[in-house]
Design a protein around this ligand. Structure first.
Ligand code: PNS
Length: 179
């Protein structure tokens, strides 16, 4: 109508999404999810956050540095950046102007774990979570298992982006563990 302004929708502006996770360490499965998010949204920020239910191996800044290296080497993630999430994920999303959180699902167990988080984040701020199914080739790849394989001397190079395996092994050998 003349003289009126069309209502704003998300599509009027660049749409930003946050791909959050603990990424301890970032795996090829995570990279696959970030690529899928990048195909859906104009702007993607990988948010590295603390998961209160998990004990961490790598410092958050190290995780971010490894992710940045992996993203820089992958043309399918052009423009994607990685940052530490210093507090609540919803506050970070507000700060970067994200309209959605993107999470990958490997199967039903992931769905069961993710739904309460998605509902809590929506309760806190109204933000929606978009779930994408990861490549089944990575359905068995989890950061916890990658660390366990490495801890026992197994090969993890084909499960993580270049450079990650060495950093994980160094961190494991610096950690005092019961043997
Ligand atoms: O890779 P993960 O461990 O499944 O990711 C979970 C993560 C880190 C995204 C979640 O624990 C989180 O958002 N942490 C930041 C603090 C926060 O916002 N907590 C409330 C989430 S419902």
């Amino acid at each position: 109508m003349p003289g009126t302004t069309a209502p704003r929708t998300y599509r009027d502006a660049v749409t930003t999404a946050v791909c959050p996770g603990s990424f301890d360490p970032f795996t090829l499965g995570h990279l696959d999810v970030v690529r899928r998010a990048r195909a859906l949204f104009d702007d993607v920020v990988v948010g590295v956050a603390k998961n209160a239910g998990k004990s961490g191996l790598l410092p958050l800044e190290t995780r971010v540095a490894l992710i940045r290296t992996a993203l820089a080497a992958d043309p399918a993630t052009e423009g994607v950046r990685a940052e530490v999430v210093p507090g609540l994920l919803v506050d970070f999303c507000r700060e970067v102007g994200a309209v959605a959180v993107v999470k990958g699902l490997r199967g039903g167990a992931d769905f069961d774990a993710e739904v309460p988080m998605a509902l809590m984040n929506r309760h806190l701020s109204g933000i929606e979570t978009v779930f994408v199914c990861g490549d089944p080739a990575y359905a068995h790849v989890a950061s916890s298992m990658v660390k366990d394989v490495a801890r026992h001397g197994g090969v993890i190079e084909d499960l993580v982006p270049a450079g990650v395996a060495e950093v994980v092994r160094a961190a494991l050998s610096a950690t005092t563990e019961e043997r």
